[in-house]
Ligand binder design. Structure first.
Ligand SMILES: Cc1cc2nc3c(=O)[nH]c(=O)nc-3n(C[C@H](O)[C@H](O)[C@H](O)COP(=O)(O)O)c2cc1C
Length: 308
């Protein structure tokens, strides 16, 4: 949905060196028919570690895409087994694949055969009425193999009929306990928990039970939330740049991109939340919007920097 695109990941690399970044889902059809190659673009110099997420359910197609993605230099290939959208269901991939773990297993193996980079999966705790532990454990048992090391679990069921994707991120209750229990059942598997995690403090609590946390909306809406994760979660020195420095560097990047034909609407939208919660947040957002609409940064740049 053009959130964690190449520009957004550039912004995040100005804030954290260590967080593992993920692309948005790119479908195998799009890659094979050469439609969305833009979505696969990434900055090999600064983005690592970075994973590409694939959407698909044809083992041969996934293998072909895995080859392409590993030759591009991605550090991990993640298979989407969590998206509940109708469009994705029509293509028989995403969350509905949780009902067919044998096929998921085939998909994983097909990709493992053609590349040595890790193949991981992002799934839900279940689908429709199956939000019980047995369903999740059984799914994982069937996809597990010696080369399969990491599973990301969004701790909600996916309701495949009657809820929009947005509602599917809000209405089904979070059941973190199912994910913790999964870790107990599969201690050798790296389990990353996702869903509703708001900050580092909450992340640290989850990390007592599982191996990793994935945050989606919170850092997208408020990127500075991850400015101290390198020290607090990875025991490394933070980049330590303040908001103004980050914004200045990002605006330089936006200008450079614009000189190469990328409209400001594609790059600037990612900084809407840079000073979220602070006193000038509203004025900043309005000026970003104006800059995007006029597709001209020259007149607003210094005002933007003064507002963060
Ligand atoms: C606009 C939007 C687009 C998303 N696109 C994807 C996607 O392409 N692949 C995916 O696995 N999850 C996608 N998600 C779901 C998030 O990765 C995440 O699982 C979900 O938002 C719950 O985590 P959170 O509460 O930290 O946001 C998307 C979420 C949003 C809000």
């Amino acid at each position: 949905m053009q959130c964690t695109d190449v520009h957004d990941r550039f912004l995040f690399r100005l804030i954290t060196k260590k967080a593992f970044l993920y692309t948005e889902m790119v479908t195998t059809n799009a890659i094979i028919h050469g439609k969305c190659l833009n979505q696969l673009k990434f900055n090999n110099k600064i983005e690592h570690p970075v994973a590409v997420q694939l959407g698909g359910s044809e083992p041969d197609d996934l293998a072909e895409c895995a080859k392409i993605c590993s030759s591009l230099g991605y550090d991990e290939i993640n298979l989407n087994v969590g998206c509940p959208s109708e469009r994705v269901q029509k293509g028989s991939f995403g969350a509905c694949l949780m009902e067919d773990p044998y096929l998921v297993n085939e998909c994983i193996q097909a990709m493992q055969e053609v590349t040595s980079i890790p193949i991981t999966v992002k799934c839900r705790i279940g689908v429709n009425k199956r939000d019980d532990q047995d369903f999740l454990n059984n799914f994982v048992r069937k996809i597990f193999n010696s080369k399969f090391k990491t599973l990301i679990v969004h701790a909600r069921v996916a309701i495949l009929k009657g809820l929009t994707p947005r509602q599917n991120r809000q209405i089904p209750p979070l059941k973190y306990e199912n994910v913790y229990q999964l870790k107990k059942e599969f201690p050798e598997l790296e389990i990353v928990i996702n869903g509703g995690i708001k900050n580092i403090e909450e992340s640290l609590i989850h990390l007592e039970k599982v191996d990793g946390v994935m945050l989606g909306r919170t850092p997208y809406d408020n990127p500075m939330i991850v400015s101290d994760i390198d020290s607090r979660l990875f025991n490394e020195v933070d980049i330590g740049s303040d908001r103004k420095t980050i914004l200045k560097e990002y605006l330089d990047y936006c200008r450079d991109q614009n000189n190469h034909g990328e409209p400001y609407s594609r790059t600037l939208k990612h900084v809407f939340g840079l000073n979220r919660g602070l006193k000038n947040a509203k004025a900043f957002r309005s000026l970003i919007l104006e800059t995007m609409q006029k597709n001209n940064l020259e007149v607003t740049q210094s005002d933007l920097v003064s507002l963060v």
